[in-house]
Design a protein. Structure first.
Ligand code: AMP
Length: 297
């Protein structure tokens, strides 16, 4: 919101579930539609795009900032995950009405014993690379949906598998909200923005920026076929260029995440990649249209 003197208002911050519920209840009593953007903070332009999208879809926007311990494995970067709450609040001026930034103890009080586990789209890829990750994510997202009772929640396509897990969960549990996805926001060179990019070594940045272009090449090769050859070529390129160990490069059904050996013109497909580069694990994906491009002209 903009004040009469042109300044943007900073969102309020609440750290408790009753604090969140009271605000949402008051808005709802006034007939407002609520939009929720779940995040882990250290916000960048990708997150801000989701908040703007939520503003288009709803009258009041809640951004949650919670580095969810349950979605990190024991050897992962929970402690090192970037945290920047004051800066985040400034970035959300005029974009969000409320930040929900609970303490872990408010989300997981002593004795917490419930988990939401989604089969189907959780299998494979991030599900294999990060055991327990999707159950941790689905548990916290379900809690956020119940706590904030939004009409709509906005997620980024950057985390494609996560998006499909969330869609599945909302359908399976008949949760009364709409999920909206927003395209991946990239830097001018095509690198998908990510809070973890802050940890890229300066000498790795140029290579990181090539990942999106390689996905584009694999996509075109896959459309010409055969898919297995396109993927193999892509794996070789990543290795040759100096990317670290590859977790996966795969062509999958865009909804079920089932691996595909060929393209079906009637079903949208997605090309997924997770590859290490120094201390960072880069995650990206692109849409793959079904039919091969026809001859020019
Ligand atoms: P995160 O806090 O990064 O775990 O993600 C919070 C939300 O922001 C998720 O819905 C992500 O998919 C989304 N997101 C993260 N990076 C981007 C990006 N570059 N473009 C669009 N959405 C993003």
């Amino acid at each position: 919101m903009t004040l009469p003197d042109g300044r943007l208002t900073l969102p309020d911050v609440t750290r408790t579930v009753p604090g969140l519920r009271d605000r949402v209840a008051a808005w709802r009593a006034g007939g407002r539609r609520i939009g929720l953007v779940p995040t882990m903070g250290a916000l960048h332009e990708g997150h801000l795009a989701l908040a703007r999208r939520a503003r288009e879809e709803a009258d009041r926007v809640v951004v949650s900032i919670f580095v969810n311990p349950k979605q990190f494995g024991p050897a992962e970067d929970f402690e090192r995950y970037p945290r920047a709450e004051e800066a985040d609040r400034g970035l959300l001026a005029g974009l969000a009405d409320l930040i929900f930034a609970p303490d872990p103890a408010a989300m997981y009080p002593p004795g917490f014993a419930t988990a939401v586990s989604v089969a189907g789209p959780s299998a494979g890829f991030e599900g294999d690379a990060r055991p327990g990750h999707f159950a941790g994510m689905a548990t916290v997202v379900t809690k956020l949906f119940v706590q904030a009772a939004p009409d709509v929640a906005v997620f980024g396509e950057k985390d494609w598998q996560q998006l499909q897990v969330v869609r599945r969960l909302v359908r399976d549990l008949d949760l009364p909200l709409r999920i909206v996805n927003h395209p991946t926001v990239r830097d001018a060179h095509g690198l998908a923005l990510s809070s973890r990019n802050a940890r890229l070594r300066p000498e790795d940045l140029a290579l990181a920026r090539r990942l999106h272009g390689i996905l584009g090449e694999v996509r075109e090769a896959a459309r010409r076929g055969p898919v297995a050859e396109a993927l193999e070529q892509g794996r070789r390129s990543l290795d040759r260029l100096g990317f670290g160990p590859l977790d996966y490069l795969a062509l999958v059904d865009g909804e079920t995440l089932a691996p595909l050996e060929s393209l079906d013109p009637a079903r949208p497909a997605r090309l997924l990649v997770a590859v290490r580069l120094g201390p960072v694990r880069l995650l990206d994906n692109v849409e793959v249209p079904g039919a091969a491009a026809g001859p020019p002209g």
